[in-house]
Ligand binder design. Structure first.
Ligand code: ADP
Length: 253
């Protein structure tokens, strides 16, 4: 049996082909056409796996764009998919932190891996990848460079978590000659404080697994781990965890 999970996120669309193990995966920019991105990621992952569409059983979609893809045999929330994927990769997982392009969430799991509670910010860009992208743009840095800068800095406290206000604040700090390193450290600490605020509102037990595109940045992982006072388990490819969870849910049904 072969299943496919497709996670159509706000920024990136990910697909995973699963037959008991991951045999193919692909990622596409979501852009303005989530349906087309979903098809491209689906076909790309099948090509990598070396299989044709007629051999695929369940195709489970997740992410905000899942409503747009007619080929899906099932649709599941990102909460369930991140929980399922994280629990598969790190079986002791009791908490998942997911920071994607336009939302962030903290998910509590029971010891059997089922979701027991969650909290999510999808109303504004605070604490999300989008916040980081805007701030990196002001510092004229890539996301990787932002992390590397932060590693050598002392965080300047930013008073606002709101992307619009923080943008003005960072521009003001640069004008006053504050070092980019210290601003970068302050930017990432702002994300960490946002996550800390969410984490305090649901049961927060170890093992903690960090998923989503932002978890690819080791400096962000370190700063969040320090602020939360816990070790973070980061999968090898954290951006694919939601798509993997969707594929697993399809495979097990
Ligand atoms: P979504 O599912 O909402 O599209 P993803 O989990 O795919 O979100 O993550 C996309 C986000 O990951 C982007 O908004 C970007 O900010 C972030 N990201 C990607 N690579 C890096 C990196 N190296 N450092 C920090 N953030 C990153």
């Amino acid at each position: 049996m072969i299943s496919v999970g497709i996670d159509i996120g706000s920024t990136a669309t990910k697909a995973v082909v699963f037959d008991g193990r991951i045999i193919g995966k692909a990622m596409e920019i979501t852009g303005w056409d989530p349906k087309e991105a979903g098809y491209r990621a689906f076909r790309g992952a099948l090509d990598i796996a070396g299989i044709t569409e007629d051999r695929v059983g369940p195709i489970v979609g997740t992410g905000y764009g899942r409503i747009s893809l007619p080929i899906l045999t099932g649709k599941v929330t990102e909460i369930s998919c991140h929980a399922r994927g994280a629990h598969h990769l790190h079986p002791g997982t009791r908490t998942v932190i997911d920071i994607g392009g336009q939302d962030c969430k903290v998910i509590s799991l029971s010891d059997d891996g089922s979701v027991s509670d969650f909290i999510m910010n999808d109303k504004c860009a605070a604490g999300t990848g989008r916040f980081l992208q805007v701030m990196a743009g002001i510092l004229d840095a890539t996301l990787d460079e932002l992390g590397a800068l932060a590693a050598g800095g002392e965080p300047v406290p930013l008073s606002s978590m709101c992307t619009v206000f923080a943008e003005s604040e960072v521009i003001g700090l640069l004008a006053r000659g504050t070092g980019k390193e210290n601003i970068a450290a302050g930017i990432i600490d702002t994300i960490a404080r946002r996550i800390q605020g969410l984490a305090g509102r649901v049961p927060f037990l170890e093992t903690v697994t960090f998923t989503g595109g932002t978890a690819q940045n080791p400096h962000i992982c370190r700063i969040i781990a320090e602020r939360l006072g816990t070790r973070l388990h980061v999968p090898l490819e954290p951006q694919f965890v939601g798509a993997l969870g969707a594929a697993l849910i399809g495979w097990e049904d």
